[in-house]
Design a binder for this molecule. Structure first.
Ligand code: GDP
Ligand code: GDP
Length: 454
């Protein structure tokens, strides 16, 4: 406890409490086979082996953390999504639209050896309408002789084409420099409206009952959007009033339109889910109580946790449960969601409407936690006591000491702990557990970063 008090005085704390917004998002888009995946791998330093020559390799994740010139950002990877040759143009456009909506800036990849196609021009139209900054990459320029091909792409009207070889790395550094120059310092998606209805993403694997639930809760009350002064709306978002409280349900078009079960639909669904989560402040992950948890369910849950959004877990189709099965199901749930014990859970039935009004209580709780800030004094008093009672275990005769901690930001709560040495993962989890026991944080992920100071 002395350490904490001492250092609290030594560092004013002001320099440490710099508000850090979420890292900006760079989307890499383009037609299939132009080399998007190859470029993403290069940017995030992933091994080239991941790119396979046969298309259609779907991946679990669509955004990856990356760093260039000392800046942190996220890359949206739209590669690996297979499109049917028949509907290729519209699908590329649709995919691009989702990716653009996710992004703060876009790298548009064109195959310089092929030149601009009609599909490329359609994407350019989307890019123009989005108003997002764009950097044009002319890929597959493996040597100087290809530079002329790249120059033809001036005709797209997107400014200078950057000749690159994603395969060999040629020109990729210059491309990233150009991207960094237009990428905002902080994600626009982080600048969530401080006033107006909160933004909710209703997500979950196909057939869990998302559209049924939306219809049930949206059906009851209607509002005139103009009544809400100062709110701008995205046409794919829907205002839903529950017990008199309005919420924006984001990207409901994706819920209402039945996803066509073409190849690549999984990946497309996961991209759409990511887009909805990014736009939202809180995600309601819908699970089917009448079925065991699937891998796809866990993946959606993980997407929310990774995104740092508040989380509510809703078990739907509870009407299918018979009383004998309930205790068994409860145990199953506890087992599967052991790392997510902090997320509030609600049992609902979209079919009968049973308990759907309870969703709002859980949403409000999760958002309150997501927004919450622990004053530095209280935080350090808590940590002082904790460390005095449970010091970090001795390792090789050394024992890292915790000096000081501060909550660097909210939405979600992020803590920075200053210590004299690296803190073991087990000890960090212990701190997190105690933080939750003491301060609540029901429904929000929390992050703990450790900075080592001598
Ligand atoms: P995506 O569908 O846009 O993600 O494209 P991929 O990254 O899967 O690449 C499609 C094909 O183009 C693969 O066979 C890559 O090896 C190849 N490719 C990608 N970048 C380059 C490049 O810079 N030069 C050459 N010659 N081939 C490339
Ligand atoms: P989505 O793909 O997640 O939008 O799921 P849908 O809303 O289309 O629902 C998939 C199927 O589950 C439909 O046949 C629904 O009628 C059914 N369903 C949805 N909610 C419930 C529920 O609470 N109870 C029961 N028994 N069936 C439901």
């Amino acid at each position: 406890a002395d350490d904490v008090a001492l250092l609290d005085g030594e560092w004013s704390g002001r320099e440490l409490v710099a508000e850090q917004g979420p890292a900006p998002v760079l989307a890499i888009i383009g037609r299939p086979n132009v080399g998007k995946s190859t470029l993403v791998n290069r940017v995030i330093g992933r091994r080239e082996a991941v790119v396979e020559d046969k298309p259609g390799v779907t991946r679990d994740r669509v955004t990856y953390p990356a760093e260039w010139a000392g800046r942190d950002f996220h890359v949206v990877d739209t590669g690996g999504w297979e499109v049917d040759v028949a509907g290729i143009e519209s699908k590329v456009a649709e995919q691009a639209e989702v990716a653009i909506s996710l992004a703060d800036a876009v790298v548009f990849v064109v195959d310089a050896t092929v030149g601009a196609t009609a599909t490329d021009e359609r994407v350019v139209e989307l890019l123009r309408r989005s108003g997002k900054p764009v950097v044009l990459a002319a890929n597959k320029v493996d040597g100087p002789s290809g530079e002329a091909d790249a120059a033809y792409l001036w005709a797209l009207g997107l400014g200078e084409p950057h000749p690159i070889s994603a395969l060999h790395g040629r020109g990729v550094g210059d491309l990233l420099d150009a991207a960094m120059a237009v990428l905002p310092a902080v994600s626009e998606h982080g600048e969530l409206r401080p006033t107006g209805p909160r933004r909710v993403a209703l997500v979950g694997r196909p057939n869990v009952g998302k559209s049924s639930l939306l219809n049930k809760i949206a059906g009851s009350e209607r509002v005139v959007v103009d009544d809400l002064a100062g709110t701008t709306r995205d046409p794919v978002d829907e205002l839903v009033v529950i017990k008199g409280v309005p919420y924006w349900f984001v990207d409901t078009a994706g819920i209402r339109r039945r996803a066509h079960q073409a190849s690549g639909a999984d990946f497309y669904a996961s991209l759409r889910t990511a887009a909805a989560i990014e736009k939202a402040e809180v995600a309601v992950v819908l699970l089917d109580a009448s079925h065991p948890l699937t891998e796809q369910d866990t993946r959606v849950l993980q997407q929310v946790v990774d995104s740092g959004r508040a989380l509510v877990v809703a078990y739907n189709k509870w009407d299918l449960m018979d009383d004998d099965r309930r205790p068994y199901l409860e145990r199953e749930i506890e087992k599967e969601l052991v790392q997510l014990t902090w997320a509030p859970r609600v049992n609902v039935s979209a079919r009968t409407g049973w308990h759907t009004e309870r969703l709002t209580g859980a949403i409000e709780t999760a958002l309150e936690s997501w927004d919450s800030r622990i004053p530095t004094g209280r935080l350090n008093a808590f940590l002082g006591e904790l460390v005095a009672a449970h010091p970090h275990p001795l390792r090789g005769g050394k024992q890292p000491r915790i000096l000081f901690a501060t909550q660097a930001s909210t939405r979600p709560p992020r803590f920075v702990v200053f210590a004299t040495g690296f803190l073991e993962a087990g000890y960090r989890r212990f701190i997190e557990r105690r933080l939750r026991e003491t301060f609540g944080f029901e429904g929000t992920p929390i992050e703990i970063a450790v900075r080592v100071r001598e």
